[in-house]
Design a protein around this ligand. Structure first.
Ligand code: ATP
Ligand code: MG
Length: 567
């Protein structure tokens, strides 16, 4: 499978319109070069997928287009190789290819330093000795102008000397910064002499101890884009009021100047999306790791059973615009169901087993019944499912005293066993606590395959597995990780973790699945008939099957859509 191309993506969003117009006017000599620039300080999440599909998508849709994968590794304190590796794996898994264009901001540290020296020489940058706290105080507010730093008028020579000594490691962390000399009363606070470099004696995963000054985001990012000759530098809305600074730096240096374009970031209901918060959940053990199937990370979604195609479709449907909003997680799950419905083989599994004995079925007899692998895919073929005298059905498919609309099995009632026979419940066995532990039924041999020659009907069809052939499995059922649509909606003094859903994981340990799953490999996806979509977890091993419920069959989004159409 390949990510969708422009043909399928006919209505152009505002960014694709800009790109199309630039190609028409030959603005960038016909080039289209985008980049996805993650900071390797955590795992990628579904919000990043939006940015990935946008940047790689635009490059793929345009002739000769290229998208760079660039690690924005300018803060050694929070960045780790583990994150770099996971990001590479996740972007690949999503189906995108950067070819030879894998870059690291840290590879440009030398060039960035030289450009900073140029700015000093032009009188556009100075070394400042204010502490972080003083710098903040001098900055002013939205309503009040800032104050010039007392170090603002240092001579070029003194600045060059101090900056070089900052680089050489002569000064302790936080004692000095290099700042752009712009305007301390500028209405945009980002333009009030922003810090370009800070002193940080910290080893970097790639440059080791070579540097003890590190560039700040705004200074670094435009240079990275310029060095890589990016055409369209696409980022999220919170950078809109950083754009004047992005432009200022490149204008002062009089170099090639990409265009920054901002779009609204993805927010999802019942989900936190900031890496800082996700890291907290991992570190404090609220989840089993970055790839816990309840996490909105790409690795969590993958482990949960999401397909890349479901994520592409979701990103296509949400589109790209300039207004922040929150998307209903039901839409993501809807896209998932659509894809899994098309692609998942059907199997039978019983999550909460109730034993059924077919009294009139011959002892020791086993029949291999034909079952359809995927009614949505005529090429998927059929398989054999063993049927015998002792079976399991779902506990909730039987009621001793059924209420009005319960059409499944009950004493004296006849139902269909999928692909098998009609059976009638004759007797109910209970334990000393009065709990039903076994049903005795009879079957009608004439109904083999599931239809009665005399035309009689039954009101329900149940899934089942043969007791003697079933494999044991553990199944993990998931619910939203948070109980509130907006996890940040908390009482005074509480944080988002107070909204964690205590029932987000339910473990079922004695589930029974049909024997065709004996060799199911981690990552394989199935529909368990009538129950939902499930995928084999990484914890699964030979003889010890573990499944994650990816998503149930019931689709709340379809209902929401119907209701909207009626209006
Ligand atoms: P977070 O806020 O989750 O920590 P970030 O913006 O700090 O994320 P980066 O590693 O800097 O994470 O992000 C890489 C790219 O992904 C950036 O271009 C950023 O704008 C984009 N991005 C991050 N979060 C989202 C989101 N929720 N929706 C769309 N794009 C996003
Ligand atoms: Mg960031």
């Amino acid at each position: 499978m390949k990510p969708p191309s422009k043909e399928e993506n006919t209505k152009l969003d505002f960014i694709r319109q800009i790109v199309a117009e630039d190609i028409r006017t030959n603005k960038w000599d016909g080039r289209v070069v985008t980049r996805f620039p993650p900071e390797p300080n955590g795992y990628l999440h579904i919000g990043h997928a939006k940015s990935i599909c946008l940047n790689f998508g635009i490059a793929a849709e345009n002739k000769g287009g290229v998208c760079h994968l660039r690690f924005d590794d300018t803060n050694p304190i929070k960045e780790e190789q583990e994150y770099i590796d996971s990001i590479i794996e996740d972007v690949r898994w999503l189906g995108w290819d950067w070819g030879e264009h894998l870059y690291y901001a840290s590879d440009y540290f030398e060039q960035m330093y030289e450009y900073a020296v140029q700015l000093i020489n032009k009188g556009k940058a100075y070394v400042c000795d204010l502490t972080a706290e003083q710098t903040r105080a001098y900055r002013g507010t939205l309503t009040e102008p800032g104050k010039d730093s007392p170090y603002r008028s240092r001579s070029v020579e003194e600045n060059l000397d101090l900056f070089e000594r900052m680089k050489a490691g002569e000064f302790p962390d936080g004692s000095r910064t290099l700042r752009a000399k712009i305007d301390m009363s500028h209405p945009n606070l980002n333009m009030r002499d922003p810090v370009m470099y800070r002193i940080l004696h910290a080893a970097h995963p790639r440059t080791g101890d070579k540097w003890c000054i590190y560039p700040m985001y705004d200074w670094a990012h435009g240079l990275e884009d310029y060095i890589e000759r990016i055409t369209h530098s696409i980022c999220t809305l919170e950078f809109e009021n950083h754009r004047p600074l992005y432009d200022w730096f490149l204008d002062q240096l009089e170099v090639y100047h990409p265009q920054q374009i901002e779009f609204a970031r993805l927010n999802l209901t019942y989900t936190v999306m900031s890496k800082r918060k996700l890291l907290q959940l991992v570190q404090q053990g609220n989840v089993s790791g970055w790839d816990d199937p309840r996490m909105p990370t790409i690795s969590g979604l993958r482990r949960r059973g999401y397909s890349p195609a479901a994520i592409w479709e979701f990103c296509r449907r949400i589109g790209v615009n300039k207004f922040n909003s929150t998307v209903d997680i039901a839409l993501l799950e809807h896209c998932l169901r659509e894809d899994l419905n098309r692609t998942s083989p059907r199997v039978m599994a019983v999550l909460r087993p109730l034993k059924v004995v077919i009294d009139n079925y011959p002892q020791g007899q086993v029949e291999e019944l034909e079952a359809i692998n995927n009614p949505e895919d005529s090429n998927a073929g059929t398989r054999k499912v063993p049927f015998s005298r002792e079976l399991y059905i779902e506990r909730e498919d039987f009621m001793e005293a059924p209420p009005k609309k319960f059409y499944r099995l009950a004493p004296g009632r006849e139902v269909r066993l999928r692909y098998a026979y009609f059976v009638t419940c004759k007797d109910v066995i209970k334990d000393e606590n009065g709990e039903v532990v076994e049903l005795h039924c009879t079957y009608d041999p004439a109904t083999r395959g599931g239809d009665a020659p005399d035309g009689r009907k039954v009101k329900s069809t149940l899934h089942w597995v043969s007791a003697g052939h079933a494999l044991e499995a553990q199944v993990r059922l998931y619910d939203h990780l948070f109980t509130k649509e907006n996890p940040d909606d908390t009482a005074e003094g509480e944080d988002f973790k107070s909204n964690l859903n205590p029932n987000s994981l339910e473990l079922l340990s004695s589930c029974k699945v049909e024997p065709s799953l004996a060799n199911a490999k981690p990552g394989s996806r199935y529909q368990f008939e009538r129950l939902g979509y499930f995928c084999v977890d990484l914890d699964s091993s030979d003889g010890k099957l573990v499944f994650n419920r990816t998503v149930s069959l019931r689709d709340p989004w379809a209902k929401i859509q119907k209701a909207q159409k009626k209006k």
